[in-house]
Design a protein around this ligand. Structure first.
Ligand code: ARG
Ligand code: GLU
Length: 689
C-alpha cells in the first residue's frame, strides 16, 4: 500500500504540479512568484527584479550575441559572460604570434580592449502582453495559415511602432504557451562590445569535453567584455570616439560565498524547452531520436578523435568542431538516462489518462488521441529528416560544395570561403565520415526514404567505399587552389561535380518528399498543442504554469544544493582549487593546467579557494553566462552548465537531480588577479562587502 502511494506521488511530482524550484518565470509577471521567492529567502521586491519605471536588476542583464546571457558589473559598461560564449571572438583575435585562446588575454588599459565586429548585446527595455492586438481580426473559422498571416501582419505593426520609440531598438512578438499568449519584447541593442579579458583555455575550458555536463566541475568558464556607446550613451557602431556605456543598473559583487541551502536566483535567456508535450513526443525523443543521434555522433567523434590524437595540427583544426558535435551528443545521453529514470513517458501517459477522463464532454475530448495520431504520422518522416541532417549533412565536403556554388552564383568571390574552409579541413577525417554516415543512412532508413540517387550510386559502385574513393578523386572541392580560382564560367561544370551532385540530389529529395510532409504535420501538431496547453491549464487551474523557454528573459530561483547521482553516492555542492590540482595532468589535454596555477597552489593558502557550485535553478541552453544572484540581489556566480543526471530538465524537471552549474564569482576574481594581473578592473566594480 505504502509503495503504491509513493509511486503515485512520484508520478504526480515528476509531471503535474510545478514542484519546488521548477520553472522559468517571466520577469514582468514576477509579482506572482515573489511571495514564494521571499518565502525561500529572497529579500528584494518584485519591482527590484523587474520594473519599466525605475532601474531594476533586469537593466543589468543582457542577451549576449545570439544565444548567451551576460551581466553588467560596473558603471562603465563592464560585462561578464562565459568563456565558451566569448570563445569565437577570442579565437578571431588569436594568431600564432598571440594565441589568446591558449594563453588568455588581458587588456591592461582601455586602449588595449579589442573590438568585435558583429557582436551585439541586447538590453530588454520592456515586455508586454499584446495577445489581443496580435489576434485582432482572427476568427475561429480561420485555418492555421490564415491565422499565421493575421499574426504576421499585426505583429509587424506592433514591432514597427515599438522600434520608433527610440534609437537602436529591436522589437519582436513572441508566442508563449504554444500561441495562447503573445508578448512584445523591446530591446536596445549595443554594437560596440570589446574584449577586456579571458583566461587561458586551460582555465576557461578546464576539463574540456571530458567534464562537460558533469559535476564535480572545475571550469573557470568566464570572459570579460565592455560595452561602448556614443557620447549620448546611445548604441553606435565601433568608433574610437565611443565611450564606455553607462548602464541604468549594474550588479554588486558579493564575496561572502555560498553554502548549502542558500537562496539563488538565475536571471537570463533560456533557449528552448518542451515541458508540456504529450507522452508520444517524449517517447520518440527518449527511445528513437536521441539514441540514434548519439550512435551516429559516436561514430563521427571516434573518427575525429583518432586523427586528433595522432596529430597536434589536426587537434587544433578540429577542436571547435569536435566540441560542438560532442556537446549535444553528451547532453542527449544524460537526457535519455534521466527520462528513463524518471519514467517520464509513463508519467505523461498516466497524466493523459486522467486528462482524457476529465476532458470527456468538453472541447478537449479526444485531443490527446488526435495529437498521438499526428505524431505517429509525422515521426517516420521526422526521423528521416533528422537522419539526413546527422549523416549526409555532416559530410564537410558536401556542404562546402553547396556554399561555394551558391556564393559563385551570387557573383561573389570564393577565395575567403576557401581560405577558412581549408584552414580547418582534414580530408582523411571527412572521407572516413563519408563512408560511415552514408552506410548508416543506407542501413537504417526504410526503403521508401532512400533517394533514388543513393540506390543508383550504390548499385553502380557496389560499395560506399568505392563510391567515396571515386568521388574524392574526381571532385574539385578538395583542391584549395582550384576552388579559389572558380568563377561563374565554371558553374555548369560544378553542377556535375560528384560532391555537388550528391549534395543536390539529397537536398532535392528532402525538399520535395520529406520537408513538406513534416511542415504540414508540424502545423497541425502546433495547433493541437495550443489546444492541449490550454486544456492542461483548464484541467489544473491551481497550478502555476510557466511558458516554455524561447530565448526571452526569465527568472529561475532555487537554492544551493548537493545531490545523489547514483545509489550510494552523494555530491557536495561546492568545488575548490584542491580539485583542480587533483585533476591536473600534463599528459591529458583537458586537465593540463597552466604552470602559474600550480605555482600559486604550491605557495600554499589556496586549498579552499572556491571554484564552482551547483543549485536547483531551472536553466537551459542560452542561460550560459547568466548572473547567479543571492538573497540580497548581489552577484555570486555565473551560470554555465547543468549536471549530467539532470539534463532532461528541458522536458521534465526532477528536483532530486536537476542542478545548474555556476562559476563562483570569487574564482573569477582570483583568476583576474593572480593569473591575469588585471586587478585594476576591481576599481570599477562595486562590492557588496
Ligand atoms: N555544456 C555547456 C553548454 O551547453 C558548455 C559547452 C561548451 N563546452 C564544451 N566543453 N564543449 O553550452
Ligand atoms: N552551456 C549551456 C549554454 O551554452 C548552458 C547549459 C545548459 O544547457 O543548461 O547555454
Amino acid at each position: 500500500m505504502k509503495r503504491i502511494v509513493l509511486s503515485v506521488l512520484a508520478i504526480v511530482s515528476s509531471f503535474g504540479i510545478a514542484v519546488a524550484d521548477e520553472g522559468m518565470w517571466l520577469p514582468a509577471l514576477i509579482s506572482q512568484r515573489i511571495g514564494d521567492m521571499r518565502a525561500k529567502g529572497f529579500k528584494l521586491s518584485a519591482e527590484d527584479v523587474y520594473s519599466v519605471n525605475q532601474a531594476s536588476l533586469k537593466d543589468a542583464v543582457v542577451l549576449f550575441g545570439g544565444g548567451c546571457t551576460g551581466e553588467i558589473v560596473s558603471d562603465e559598461g563592464l560585462l561578464l559572460t562565459n568563456h565558451h560564449c566569448g570563445y569565437s571572438f577570442i579565437q578571431r583575435h588569436s594568431s600564432v604570434e598571440h594565441d589568446y585562446l591558449k594563453d588568455g588575454f588581458w587588456a591592461m588599459d582601455r586602449g588595449q580592449e579589442l573590438p568585435n565586429w558583429g557582436l551585439t548585446v541586447s538590453f530588454l527595455q520592456r515586455m508586454e502582453d499584446v495577445t489581443d492586438r496580435v489576434l485582432d481580426g482572427f476568427v475561429p473559422s480561420m485555418d492555421e495559415k490564415q491565422r499565421d498571416s493575421v499574426i504576421r501582419v499585426n505583429s509587424g505593426e506592433i514591432t514597427r511602432a515599438a522600434m520608433e520609440e527610440g534609437k537602436g531598438l529591436r522589437a519582436s512578438v513572441e508566442a508563449l504557451y504554444y500561441g495562447n499568449q503573445y508578448f512584445l519584447f523591446v530591446y536596445k541593442v549595443y554594437r560596440d562590445v570589446r574584449l577586456v579579458g579571458a583566461p587561458p583555455s586551460s582555465i576557461g575550458k578546464f576539463g574540456g569535453d571530458t567534464d562537460n555536463w558533469m559535476w564535480p566541475r572545475h571550469t573557470g568558464d568566464f570572459s570579460i567584455f565592455r560595452i561602448y556607446a556614443d557620447k549620448d550613451n546611445e548604441p553606435a557602431d565601433y568608433s574610437e570616439d565611443n565611450v564606455p556605456f553607462r548602464p541604468r543598473r549594474s550588479f554588486k559583487i558579493s564575496r561572502a560565498g555560498v553554502k548549502e541551502g542558500d537562496f539563488t536566483f538565475v536571471y537570463g535567456c533560456p533557449g528552448s524547452t518542451k515541458e508540456y508535450v504529450m507522452s508520444e513526443e517524449v517517447r520518440y525523443t527518449a527511445e528513437i531520436s536521441d539514441p540514434e543521434k548519439i550512435e551516429l555522433r559516436t561514430k563521427r567523434l571516434d573518427i575525429q578523435k583518432k586523427y586528433m590524437n595522432s596529430s597536434q595540427a589536426v587537434r587544433i583544426q578540429y577542436s571547435s568542431k569536435n566540441a560542438s558535435v560532442s556537446n549535444a551528443w553528451k547532453k542527449w545521453q544524460g537526457e535519455v538516462k534521466g527520462l528513463r529514470k524518471t519514467k517520464t513517458t509513463a508519467a505523461k501517459q498516466e497524466f493523459e489518462r486522467r486528462f482524457g477522463k476529465w476532458a470527456e464532454g468538453t472541447e478537449y475530448e479526444g485531443l490527446v488521441d488526435k495529437l498521438g495520431e499526428l505524431y505517429s504520422e509525422r515521426n517516420p518522416y521526422f526521423r528521416a529528416s533528422e537522419y539526413y541532417s546527422e549523416t549526409v549533412r555532416a559530410i564537410e565536403i558536401l556542404s562546402f560544395a553547396s556554399n561555394v556554388v551558391s556564393t559563385i552564383d551570387r557573383g561573389r568571390s570564393v577565395e575567403g570561403l576557401a581560405e577558412s574552409f581549408f584552414k580547418d579541413y582534414y580530408q582523411p577525417i571527412d572521407e572516413e565520415i563519408f563512408v560511415a554516415m552514408i552506410e548508416a543512412f543506407d542501413q537504417k532508413m526504410e526503403d521508401r526514404f532512400k533517394p533514388g540517387y543513393l540506390k543508383g550510386k550504390l548499385s553502380e559502385y557496389g560499395s560506399v567505399k568505392a563510391w567515396k574513393d571515386d568521388l574524392y578523386k574526381k571532385t574539385v572541392f578538395t583542391d584549395k587552389a582550384r576552388v579559389a580560382a572558380l568563377t561563374k564560367d565554371d558553374l555548369e561544370a560544378l553542377y556535375k561535380d560528384p560532391a555537388y551532385e550528391l549534395h543536390n540530389a539529397f537536398m532535392t529529395w528532402y525538399a520535395g518528399e520529406i520537408r513538406p510532409v513534416v511542415d504540414n504535420l508540424n502545423a497541425k501538431i502546433r495547433l493541437a498543442n495550443r489546444d492541449y496547453m490550454r486544456g492542461q491549464m483548464a484541467f489544473e487551474p491551481d497550478k502555476a504554469f510557466y511558458p516554455d523557454a524561447n530565448l526571452t528573459l526569465r527568472v529561475a530561483y532555487g537554492n544551493v544544493k548537493g545531490y545523489s547521482p547514483a545509489d550510494g553516492a552523494y555530491y557536495a555542492p561546492v568545488s575548490t582549487l584542491k580539485g583542480i590540482i587533483e585533476k591536473d595532468n600534463p599528459e591529458i589535454f583537458d586537465y593540463n593546467i597552466p604552470q602559474v596555477l600550480r605555482d600559486i597552489y604550491a605557495g600554499g593558502g589556496y586549498e579552499d579557494q572556491p571554484v564552482c557550485f551547483i543549485a536547483t535553478n531551472h536553466t537551459s541552453g542560452g542561460n550560459s553566462g547568466s548572473p547567479v544572484i543571492n538573497a540580497d540581489g548581489n552577484l555570486i556566480g555565473i551560470n554555465f552548465d547543468r549536471v549530467w543526471e539532470g539534463t532532461m530538465s528541458d522536458i521534465a524537471f526532477d528536483p532530486e537531480v536537476c542542478r545548474n552549474i555556476s562559476l563562483d564569482i570569487r574564482y573569477l576574481l582570483f583568476v583576474v588577479d593572480k593569473v591575469g594581473h588585471a586587478s585594476y578592473l576591481f576599481d570599477e566594480m562595486n562590492f557588496a562587502d
